[in-house]
Design a protein around this ligand. Sequence first.
Ligand code: UN1
Length: 479
Amino acid sequence: MFDSVNPARPADVVGTYPSRSGEDVDGAVRAAAAAQIAWARVPVPARGELIAAAGAVLAARKAELSALVSREVGKIAVEAGGDVQEAIDMAAFVAGQGRAAWGETVPSELADKLCWTTRAPIGVVGMITPWNFPVAIPSWKCFPALLAGNGIVLKPSEHAPGCAEAFVRACTEAGIPPDLLQVIHGGPVPGAALAVHPGVGALSFTGSVRSGRSVAAAAMETGPRLVSLELGGKNAMIVAADADIDLAVDGALFGAFGTAGQRCTSTSRLLVHPDVAGALLDRLVERAGALRLGDPQDPSTDVGPLITEAAGQRIAAMVEVARAEGASVVCGGRPRTDVAGCEGAVFYEPTVVTGVRPAHRLAREEVFGPVLAVLEVADLDEAVAVVNQVDYGLSAAVYTRDVNAALRAVAGIDTGIVYVNAPTIGAEIPLPFGGTKHTGNGFREAGTRGIEQFSQVKTVYVDYSGRLQRAQIDNRGPS
Ligand code: UN1
């Protein structure tokens, strides 16, 4: 058994959950597979109606669920509400997809013949989800997978088991068959067992690069043939010389320090033109220094705790590396364990580091904490090159008033998501979410891509001529 604790007050145990074994995973996969047979026969719009009903349960419980998100993972109240709202929105979007086009038709090259595609379920889909969007990310994966007719085994983060349970409860109370949606708690043991289980047709993983790669490598042997990975980011915001500086400061604060920097989309590099660097930094440092660390459930708190003490050590070590490499910490730069009302919690001060060079580790490695590296760039071309020089490619933002420059940046930036005059966080669910390079392996979640990810295309040909018609037999002679 393990405890899920409130990161703002670790003595507050949110719940106690069983750490599952490989055998438990096997039982869950078998149960989901058995339930999936009947589910695959439910018409797609009817599956969609049950997903809409799950969205309605989530909406009815939004306040209670948001409080749980805040308590279990330390998100401030408005962000916890946003997390739950993403799941509600995803339910509405996916339910609608249950009545949308499900494939394509093309005219046949032969008479009296039909050609179309449809979507078939994969079977059982395994999911490994992180703690930082503990309701939203399970919903991004589960709703499309359910609509596509699959059974599910969900292995949520050990830091957010209660949120996963609450999400699944909303689904089953809405009428989604409980056996179809299995939850397995624990850490790497059940995660690895899911990754090598031959009964799992596809695995969808969101989390760290290290765990994602080991799960994908393990899956290659005996496990799911389809593995989708959503891994790290090193997201940059470009601020051109003509940018609206106040807007850029607002965007950088929200992007870098929202969710205490613990989003895969968090802004962790600020690439600024020297002409505006001084003005931008003055305002940014003043505002970042004024952000209030505190109890996430207190409405006046801006920045909540880190998820674990280990996260605090990791972030502190990265900032030490930056100092050793010659960069300057101009704001923050300290872990904090003295925040009022949050005994035992670890926070990290919103931190701005200047004088960072592209080769520095702070310019290349994901921090997953409230640390913003500032690099000066001479022009847009250099800025785009620096954005692209990292191994990751999730999200980027460009702040400029010049529409041509903005669109040149959009074209040149190699990330899955690009924002113009908006921060790197806050992707909306009807559009594909995911990144290039080592951020993932080419899949996208959300939007209609989510459904593609969890289904397989079946191409169907029907010949109603009553005779053998030979396709691809050349009877036209030489041209
Ligand atoms: C994540 O941090 O893993 O775009 C997901 C955003 C959110 C999702 C973040 N909608 O910031």
